[in-house]
Design a protein around this ligand. Structure first.
Ligand SMILES: [Zn+2]
Length: 165
């Protein structure tokens, strides 16, 4: 949420509404001095669930990740193409692949056409049989970048400081 006058960040859970030149606007603390502050009716439950969802989610995510040391693995997006290409490069038919990993041809077909997402067990079997990587680790570096890019909290802190002045 941004101040409608100067564009500065305004805390989403506690925006200041001020009547300036007859119009009620969401403004920062400083700009609110230009007009008459409108007291918004308190609705903490609603605000908590919706307005602050963004920053709360970020906090929760971070907590979960630091607590959970297990590397997160995700199926790559184009797993179906990777499976098909690897199989074809080995000159295997779908039947051949099915026999090797003990699955029905229909399963292979559905995976290769992207109609079915293999579960972790089947994914590992495919990886082994075809010598491919279908799982990608969610990199911790990416996560850190995400946290560093999240200036939301810092901004919130600045605003709180200004308010206390
Ligand atoms: Zn402002």
């Amino acid at each position: 949420m941004e101040c409608e006058i100067c564009g500065k960040e305004v805390p989403e859970n506690n925006p200041i509404r001020a009547k300036i030149e007859g119009t009620v606007m969401v403004v920062c603390k400083e700009c609110s001095k230009l007009g008459k502050i409108q007291k918004a009716p308190p609705k903490p439950k609603f605000v908590k669930q919706n307005k602050t969802k963004k920053s709360q989610n970020k906090k929760n995510n971070r907590k979960n990740y630091s607590r959970d040391d297990e590397p997160s693995e995700e199926l790559v997006e184009d797993f179906n193409n990777i499976v098909r290409n690897a199989r074809e490069s080995k000159d295997w038919s779908r039947e051949d692949l099915g026999k090797k990993i003990n699955e029905r041809v229909s399963v292979i077909t559905r995976i290769e056409t992207g109609k079915m997402t293999p579960d972790i067990k089947l994914t590992k079997k495919l990886e082994k049989a075809l010598n491919i990587k279908l799982l990608e680790k969610i990199d911790k570096i990416d996560l850190n970048q995400f946290i560093n890019n999240n200036s939301g909290e810092r901004t919130l802190g600045n605003v709180v400081k200004i308010k206390r002045k």
